[in-house]
Design a protein around this ligand. Structure first.
Ligand SMILES: Nc1nc2c(ncn2[C@@H]2O[C@H](COP(=O)(O)OP(=O)(O)OP(=O)(O)O)[C@@H](O)[C@H]2O)c(=O)[nH]1
Ligand SMILES: [Mg+2]
Ligand SMILES: [Zn+2]
Length: 355
């Protein structure tokens, strides 16, 4: 297998040279199970672990390898290999780690496109789409909205759903499919191109793995019967996996995501809620929070329905989450720094007490 098939390109070649990694085998992480990785290389697939040094110097979860990463490794035998370095990533999809303050969880890296998948028959939520869009826009990953299970509703209802969605999300392509009848598959296949990586995002049960299996024409991923999704916490897919399709597209299947928590989004919110940011330029106060201020152009636009009210509310909620994440992350960094200082201090005392 050539590395190009997995998305290797001149940019990664440049990074390899810049980081003096010519002596290493280069590969891409295709799956992860609790810090044990599978890496694909020109010599085949290998199980891999990370070096003690990489573990020791890792400050946050972000420093650990993730599915989609390009890594430099030393291969020992047909089974084992050690990852020495993670090459710089060109994009990262991450969310707030569940239950941990100020931490983020990487979903996948080096992604070109994201498929934001929602089933039309249940839990359909534009608020959630805007969340996914924000995490994609943060890392400049081009999103597609994929509506699944359209075999379960009639065309009139589907068109209504799309029209409502378009009122809030108008610049993102929407593709409606059924994994059962294959409706919409031709359109979907057109956007999956060779050597590009697509990350599948969505709640449990929307049909991510079924899509992967159907496109690959193989039962690569486990899928689960709809009835078993009524129990909360049951996911069919329990790990991330990168799959190469016959047509050359690279898909990353993920476990269903329940909470799409927002982190520090840089311009992610700005791009997702472009219209709000456009109006905000005309607010009376530069630091307007768009909540209570007199002379707030955003509030005025909401009142005359130039800005969708639900979209505005969703924006405010996510903006708050972003600020909260930034504050807790800063606090966490400070604590870690103080802890580091304390360790240094004690080491110094220990050293000086020797004499
Ligand atoms: N009617 C219908 N059922 C579908 C469609 N796509 C998937 N399903 C069914 O939905 C159920 C869940 O599909 P999965 O592919 O396992 O869903 P998933 O998104 O991978 O779920 P997790 O791995 O838990 O995140 C399975 O029983 C599928 O057969 C579709 O287009 N139409
Ligand atoms: Mg799955
Ligand atoms: Zn304002």
């Amino acid at each position: 297998m050539k590395l190009q098939d997995f998305g290797y390109n001149d940019n990664i070649e440049k990074l390899k040279i810049e980081h003096n990694l010519e002596g290493f085998e280069i590969g891409r992480i295709i799956s992860e199970h609790k810090e044990r990785y599978t890496v694909t290389t020109e010599k085949g697939e290998f199980d891999a672990e990370i070096t003690g040094n990489l573990r020791y110097t890792a400050n946050t979860r972000e420093d650990f390898p993730a599915v989609g990463d390009w890594v430099a490794l030393v291969v020992y035998d047909s089974y084992s290999s050690i990852i020495h370095k993670v090459l710089p990533r060109n994009s990262i999809i991450s969310r707030k780690a569940v239950g941990q303050f100020g931490d983020l969880q990487i979903i996948a890296t080096n992604i070109d496109y994201a498929f934001i998948m929602l089933a039309v028959d249940r839990d359909f939520s534009t608020n959630r789409i805007e969340r996914y869009l924000t995490i994609c826009n943060t890392s400049n990953i081009q999103p597609f909205i994929i509506l699944t299970k359209i075999d379960l509703i009639n065309e009139v209802l589907l068109n209504e759903l799309i029209a409502t969605l378009k009122k809030r999300v108008n610049k993102v392509p929407i593709i409606a499919i059924s994994n059962t009848s294959k409706q919409g598959y031709e359109k979907l296949k057109e956007v999956i191109v060779r050597e590009k990586t697509y990350c599948l995002l969505g709640s449990s049960g929307v049909g991510k793995s079924t899509l992967v299996n159907t496109l690959a024409n193989k039962e690569l991923m486990d899928t689960k019967n709809v009835s078993s999704f009524s129990k909360r916490g049951q996911h069919s897919t329990t790990h991330r996996e990168l799959i190469l399709l016959d047509n050359g597209g690279i898909l990353i299947d993920n476990p269903g995501i329940r909470e799409v928590g927002i982190t520090d989004t840089s311009h992610g919110l700005e791009k997702t809620f472009e219209i709000i940011f456009e109006y905000s330029k005309h607010c009376k106060f530069k630091d307007c929070s768009h909540t209570i201020e007199i002379g707030c152009a955003v509030i005025e636009a909401v009142e005359v329905e130039e800005i969708d009210k639900s979209s505005y509310k969703n924006y405010l909620k996510m903006e708050k989450e972003k600020e909260h994440f930034e504050a807790t992350a800063a606090e966490k960094r400070k604590k870690e720094k103080d802890f580091g200082k304390m360790v240094k201090h004690f080491k110094k005392i220990k050293r000086s007490s020797k004499y």
